[in-house]
Ligand binder design. Structure first.
Ligand code: PEP
Ligand code: MN
Length: 339
């Protein structure tokens, strides 16, 4: 942290601040300028006093952090990109673009198995499907719960595709972990700290979605919760944020991809389905996501979107998904990646 003194602060006042810095457990380093004095407070912040409180002293102008508040997630701490192996064949964060596809919700055995076969044929590496659905309305389809998880396990057995599914309640982490290859934490739960801590104790990778009102710093702090509990396998997912625009369901923040790439070593996935809310806009934003440097995509696919129990309007029909995958190849290659 850097403590900037007000101009005209006396030597005695500077010394008072230095004494406080020592009391809080840091080493002060005074830099005397022509106009004003600044003091560096040196030391790891974890488990120590809060330096920001020095701003309450009358001769302190401001307290400025020089390091990011997230540590384990930060590229300041780990420069090389994190790669996460899922099963035997899939690596997230490597050269290959990983596409996760499937229905928003697991609705029935036929629906899931048929979709699983179709997305696999088109080149998806991971099957998605919600068994616990976080719905805005309590009257809307809430998911099949454990019965849905069992269907996902069955689909994995049949197709060989690893599965990703959402966990909504900290009490369900154990049961979701039993069936899933990746735990998904949704946008609405990005700051559910009890859930993040529980997922941090899980033995499976976690895909963490950005909340609709979450800054990139808050998003990375949420990832830090999982990492700091001992789970190193966190995948970040940009899925759109809420803005004044209503033509799309959310505003897919593609600039978050290069920003995250700069600030963290964790893999980054883009979800253009929730990002746009309309099937027509999914493919262009998927291409753009890969062009911007994402490691993969999360795409909703439904065999009959008109009959979907959730998120039908943004779901691709299997043939549209296959078409998108064909076109995606050129974008992946242009971004020096493989599909
Ligand atoms: C989902 O993936 O179906 C979902 C509910 O996503 P989000 O948390 O991004 O809204
Ligand atoms: Mn959905």
């Amino acid at each position: 942290m850097i403590i900037v003194m007000r101009s005209g602060a006396t030597e005695k006042e500077v010394q008072e601040v230095c004494d406080k810095i020592v009391q809080l457990g840091y080493k002060p380093h005074v830099i005397q300028g022509v106009e004003r004095t600044i003091i560096g407070a040196i030391g790891d912040e974890r488990g120590k006093g809060v330096l920001q409180s020095l701003e309450t002293l009358p001769h302190v102008e401001k307290v400025v952090p020089i390091l990011q508040p997230y540590k384990l997630a930060s590229s300041e701490v780990k420069q090389e990109k994190t790669t996460i192996a899922i099963g035997k064949d899939v690596v997230i964060g490597g050269k290959k673009i990983v596409v996760m596809a499937g229905p928003c919700g697991v609705e029935s055995e036929e629906q899931l198995l048929e979709t699983a076969e179709q997305v696999k044929k088109a080149g998806a590496a991971i099957l998605r499907g919600g068994a616990f659905k976080p719905r805005t309305s309590p009257y809307a389809f809430q998911g099949l719960a454990e019965a849905g998880l069992k269907l996902l396990a069955k689909a994995r057995e049949k197709t060989g595709l690893p599965v990703i599914t959402e966990v909504v309640d900290p009490h369900d982490v154990a049961v979701v972990e039993k069936y899933a290859d990746i735990l998904q934490i949704g946008a609405r739960n990005v700051q559910n700290f009890a859930l993040l801590k529980k997922a941090g104790k899980a033995k499976k990778p976690v895909l963490l979605k950005r909340g609709m009102m979450t800054t990139i710093q808050e998003f990375l702090m949420a990832a830090e919760y999982i990492l700091s509990e001992g789970n190193p396998d966190v995948i970040l997912c940009e899925r759109g944020i809420r803005t004044f625009e209503t033509a799309t369901r959310n505003t897919l923040d593609l600039s978050a991809i290069p920003v995250l790439r700069d600030k963290t070593h964790l893999p980054i996935i883009v979800d253009p389905s929730h990002g746009t809310g309309h099937w027509r806009y999914v493919a262009p934003m998927a291409y753009a996501g890969i062009a911007a440097g994402a490691d993969g995509l999360l795409i909703e696919v439904h065999r009959k979107p008109e009959e979907a129990l959730s998120d039908g309007p943004q779901s691709l029909k299997p043939e549209k998904f296959a078409e998108m995958m064909k076109h995606l190849k050129a974008f992946a290659e242009a971004a020096d990646r493989k599909l």
